[in-house]
Design a protein around this ligand. Structure first.
Ligand code: AKB
Length: 316
């Protein structure tokens, strides 16, 4: 990777990925694109609606990109509220991006998700290769996307790579429209209000990961020797699996007065119930040495430290 173009650069992953890649590969070697302008820009930026295939191709060509990271997508809860828009944007945007990668011979990354599994998949230690019958539009998009990326590799030789992300937790850019967002909101509310009402029910386990591990995973997979990759596009990765009362207990270690109660949102709960409790990551570990650094306690300590500085409040 030397000249990298990113779509969805202002999103939860994109905004941090751009900065990390600029530090690693040079400020001017990363072209950030999004449908809206970033508040601050640290390097080249262009407005791009991923439905505009012609503009995507032109930008990648003019920039001299050798890599395309396609991050623009609607997340699970938003997609469920507007399935037609989700299909058009998630699949149309991906198809446009894959076509650009094919025409310009670019290395390609796009994320899949734990949402690619459904209620008939085994819940615990979900295998890399297993039954995938998701019941959400987001899940349908993700499975189709995994297959489409495999197709572009086998049919055209495009160097497509990807991971199945769990819920991502970060203090930089808030997520929007996901089912796992509660695990980010809880830290904000713990610091600003000392209490949190969880829309996910007690006992609902989902896989999660701290953003620094997610960014390292993207870069390590992209840098990995392609000869050693068997799976390429949909590696299970995770750092931890917890349910709401466990993250609350982790926060309580640093904010002893923190309280949590529940007001379950049936729509997001139904999505969460259809997803695995924990993923098996052995394929990623074996094929490109994936290893997460942050567990729940380490992440909570770092999150509260960084977020209290950002929000200018003390964790107490
Ligand atoms: C969501 O909740 O929709 C995402 C995901 C797990 O893909 N965070």
């Amino acid at each position: 990777m030397k000249k990298i173009m990113i779509t969805g650069a202002c999103g939860q992953i994109g905004s941090e990925l751009v900065e990390k890649l600029r530090k690693q590969y040079g400020q001017n070697n990363v072209l950030a694109t999004d449908i809206r302008k970033p508040a601050n820009s640290t390097g080249p930026f262009e407005i791009l609606d991923v439905m505009d295939a012609e503009k995507m191709l032109k930008l990648a060509k003019n920039f001299g990109a050798d890599t395309l990271m396609h991050m623009a997508a609607l997340l699970s809860a938003t997609a469920e509220k507007n399935p037609v828009l989700a299909w058009n944007l998630n699949m149309g945007g991906l198809m446009n991006a894959l076509e650009v990668a094919r025409q310009l011979n670019l290395q390609f990354f796009t994320p899949s998700s734990i949402g690619a599994f459904g209620p008939t998949t085994e819940k615990e230690q979900t295998a890399q290769d297993t039954l995938q019958r998701p019941t959400t539009m987001y899940g349908v998009n993700k499975v189709a996307g995994e297959l489409l990326c495999d197709y572009y590799y086998t049919k055209y030789g495009v160097d497509t790579r990807g991971v199945r992300f769990p819920g991502l937790i970060s203090y930089v850019t808030p997520p929007g429209g996901g089912t796992t967002d509660y695990a980010v909101d809880i830290y904000y509310k713990a610091l600003t209000e000392g209490k949190y009402t969880s829309y996910i029910a007690e006992g609902t386990y989902m896989d999660m990961m701290y953003m620094p591990d997610a960014l390292d995973a993207i870069i390590n997979l992209m840098e990995a020797d392609g000869e050693k990759l068997v799976h390429r596009n949909a590696f299970n990765i995770t750092a931890m699996s917890f349910e709401p009362s466990q993250i609350a207990a982790a926060i309580k270690k640093y904010i002893p007065t923190f309280e949590m109660d529940y007001a379950v949102d049936p729509a997001r709960q139904a999505i969460a119930d259809s997803w695995p409790n924990s993923l098996n990551c052995s394929a990623a570990e074996q094929e490109w040495s994936f290893k997460a650094q942050f567990d729940l306690d380490k992440m909570t300590k770092d999150m509260l430290e960084k977020l209290s500085k950002k929000l200018e409040v003390k964790a107490s």
